[in-house]
Design a protein around this ligand. Structure first.
Ligand code: ADP
Ligand code: MG
Length: 249
């Protein structure tokens, strides 16, 4: 459902994404892990057609994102790292806007929008302007919008940031249900516990290069580490040198 071949993005001298090859089947939750600045957000922007690659190609549901952007975008959903929502719309207006944009049947929208607001505990916010929403509320509103248009492929850039524990739990369960119903999820995350609990496979990206792909168990074996995924992740990304940095304290 998601495929890239030699996908690359250069910003002046920085190679943010370096010849990325990925193939992600339907229903998989793929976790994309890596330190800050590794190129995760840029990868999502390339895969969703928000940025033009310097080289390489990517497909969503078999549609080339460059040559068939409309077809590809029609079946994808995106939860960006910043929950960008129009501040002067109300919660309901925002969802109606998303619903109309994706040509969701009006009677379905009218039934579904109140359900989604209830599910994300945004009932009271439906008629409030989005500018009054907290970061977590905006995040949930964006997720509600995504569920409204029922994408086959969902890109999530740090979707848990700003969510309280109950909302985070709800969202994890939602992701699992979506995957069980055949939706493919590509998720950038720093929350290693989520990667461990939720992702069928994870890829580790460092300085734009995909350095490892596999199940968490595979990565553990490669790092020859037991212990937490955090230990494994730090070992694989050289992040375990962080202790040196404590000398500045
Ligand atoms: N619009 C841009 N212009 C120049 N450099 C950029 C731009 N966007 C990202 N970068 C650079 O590309 C690299 C990867 O960034 P990003 O994809 O945001 O990383 P991540 O999401 O993994 O933290 C970083 O070095 C960042 O500074
Ligand atoms: Mg990012």
């Amino acid at each position: 459902m998601i495929k890239t071949e030699g996908l690359m993005k250069r910003f002046q001298s920085v190679v943010a994404v370096d010849r990325l090859d990925l193939d992600i089947p339907a229903g998989e939750i793929f976790g994309f892990l890596g330190p800050n600045g590794a190129g995760k957000t840029t990868t999502v922007k390339l895969m969703t057609g928000l940025l033009r690659p310097s080289a390489g190609r990517s497909w969503v549901g078999g549609f080339d994102v460059q040559t068939h952007p409309k077809e590809a975008k029609k079946i994808m959903g995106l939860v960006p790292d910043q929950p960008y929502v129009y501040p002067h719309l109300t919660g309901i207006e925002f969802l109606r806007f998303i619903g109309d944009l994706y040509e969701v049947d009006l009677s379905y929208q009218k039934k579904k929008i109140p359900e989604l607001l209830e599910m994300f505990e945004l009932n009271d916010m439906g008629s409030e302007l989005v500018e009054t929403f907290s970061h977590g509320m905006r995040q949930k509103l964006v997720l509600a919008g995504v569920l409204l248009h029922q994408p086959k492929v969902l890109f999530l850039d740090e979707p848990m940031v700003g969510l309280d524990p109950k909302s985070a739990r709800l969202v994890k369960d939602v992701f699992q249900r979506l995957s069980q119903s055949g939706v493919t999820l590509f998720m950038c995350t720093h929350v290693l516990e989520i990667a461990e609990r939720l992702c069928h496979r994870v890829g580790i990206v460092q300085q734009g290069r995909l350095t490892r792909v596999g199940t968490v168990a595979d990565l553990r074996a490669q790092a020859s580490r037991s212990g937490t995924l955090e230990d494994v992740f730090l070992a694989l990304t050289g992040g375990d040198q962080y202790r040196d940095l404590l000398r500045f304290l």
